[in-house]
Write a protein that binds this ligand. Structure first.
Ligand SMILES: Nc1nc2c(ncn2[C@@H]2O[C@H](COP(=O)(O)OP(=O)(O)OP(=O)(O)O)[C@@H](O)[C@H]2O)c(=O)[nH]1
Ligand SMILES: [Mg+2]
Length: 441
């Protein structure tokens, strides 16, 4: 996501940082580069023009503060403008005071509506809601099946029967009310292009059930097309927010950066993969800092928090205080790390690790799998008391896990180092534990 732009911003800011004083001329030069970078990222040209004008107006003639360098001051101005461009503050979803709340997802064919329904259902279920998925795409039988598969995966009910979409939606709300489901998520039909019958149908559904949120699902990889689609949907039926999908495949980010400014509607979520947990809540300021290569500590911490349940953390901390870290704990920790998603995407959120820095660093996920296999091949006793693992046990474990004795030795060595390291720590530090795996080969 945004790799191209981040790389360019890093270059531009590096040059600025090296300068003690800034003149109007070198501000202009930098802004020219920023402008080019944004255009190359496929940001709408009108949006770029306004952006540059605003940064320039703020930068030129600004008093240089004594405590920071002029370069830093410009970075701050660009950051502020970028956050504004992305919407400034997080736009929350609206919930009805009288349940059920209805989210209606709309968008073109293949934009990711059905997947987005599953992601939102999973996300809100985790936050204590009771979602009901509704299949309002009656034209493609496979569409209903797809939603039902997602429902099974999530263990959530799916409402569907053969009828006209408006009646399906009306009955689904009734059904939710009766069954005590407080969140209705409607998956509507997509078309290849925007056409009148589709708009009419969506509009009829809207009139019939007055959803709290009409969310336009748009494919981020299509750049300015996504922006135009959002604009048309908003004009025809009115949308409350945008769910931008396939951001994992979008290195440029033109849609994300233009859509708010062009449509006036906020991005609320990003889809960053096909899996149901590959959902990101959209925060304009955090996204701006990520694009600028400043990293995103807050998101990182939140992700870690979601993965490590409080209970587990307390248990582990107690254990660490007693200095009896076992391979079982180590294994549990590994699972937590895995729940946080691919290591690369986590590292990308750490300042200084974004953009170009990542190219030189290859995370060895295979090594992590090897560690898992090795621990899996140990007996319960061995995991609790690693010092029992002698030569012949090492051979057996290596064979059982399809690794070599050398691998087993290395893991045990690393583990004992970690035990020592942890003795010196008062609290669990996921990041440090993570580093252990990264260098393990
Ligand atoms: N990489 C990636 N793929 C995604 C994402 N969201 C959805 N997809 C994929 O995009 C394809 C289309 O997704 P669907 O959810 O079926 O799209 P849809 O809008 O419901 O499509 P129709 O029902 O045909 O209109 C599927 O292969 C999804 O797995 C995402 O965030 N990242
Ligand atoms: Mg679908």
């Amino acid at each position: 996501m945004f790799e191209d732009l981040t790389g360019k911003f890093e270059g531009i800011f590096r040059k600025l940082r090296g300068r003690g004083r800034l003149s109007e001329d070198n501000i202009k030069d930098s802004l020219k580069e920023v402008r080019l970078a944004l255009l190359e990222a496929d940001v709408n040209y009108k949006v770029v023009k306004r952006f540059i004008q605003q940064v320039e107006a703020k930068a030129v003639g600004q008093k240089v503060l004594r405590s920071i360098t002029p370069g830093q001051q410009i970075i701050k101005i660009v950051f502020d403008e970028l956050s504004d461009l992305l919407g400034k503050e997080r736009a929350e979803m609206n919930f009805s005071a009288q349940p059920p709340t209805v989210f209606m997802l709309v968008g073109l064919q293949g934009s990711g509506k059905t997947t987005a329904c599953g992601k939102l259902a999973r996300y809100y279920r985790k936050r204590g809601r009771f979602p009901l998925l509704v299949a309002a795409d009656v034209y493609r039988p496979a569409a209903v099946d797809q939603l039902q598969i997602l429902g099974k995966m999530l263990n959530l009910p799916v409402f569907s029967f053969k009828d006209d979409p408006v009646r399906i939606c009306e009955s689904s709300v009734e059904h939710a009310r009766k069954e005590g489901k407080d969140l209705v998520i409607i998956d509507t039909a997509g078309r290849l292009h925007i056409d009148e019958p589709l708009m009419q149908e969506l509009s009829n559904i809207k009139t019939a059930i007055s959803p709290q949120e009409i969310i336009l699902v748009a494919d981020g990889m299509t750049g300015q097309d996504a922006v135009n689609i959002a604009k048309t949907f908003d004009e025809k039926i009115g949308v409350d927010g945008i769910f931008l999908t396939k951001m994992d495949g979008d290195a440029r980010g033109g849609a994300a950066l233009s859509i708010r400014a062009v449509t006036g509607k906020p991005i609320k979520f990003l889809g960053v993969g096909e899996k149901l947990d590959q959902l990101e809540i959209f925060y304009p300021d955090r996204m701006a800092s990520r694009i600028l290569g400043m990293g995103d500590i807050v998101s990182l911490v939140e992700k870690a928090e979601e993965a490590t349940s409080l209970e587990e953390a307390i248990k582990l901390e107690k254990k660490l205080k007693k200095e009896t870290l076992t391979l079982d704990d180590f294994y549990a920790q590994l699972q937590q790390l895995k729940k946080m998603g691919p290591l690369e995407s986590i590292l990308q959120m750490i300042p200084g690790m974004g953009g170009k820095m990542m190219h030189g660093l290859k995370i060895d996920e295979k090594a992590m799998m090897r560690v898992e296999a090795i621990i899996n091949s140990m007996t319960k006793e061995e995991r609790q008391k690693p010092h029992l693992i002698d030569g012949s046990r090492r051979k057996r474990i290596a064979q059982g896990s399809g690794t070599s004795v050398k691998d087993v030795n290395q893991l045990l060595k690393q583990f004992s180092l970690m035990q020592k390291m942890i003795k010196n720590m008062s609290k669990v530090d996921l990041k440090k534990l993570g580093k252990g795996f990264l260098s393990f080969r």
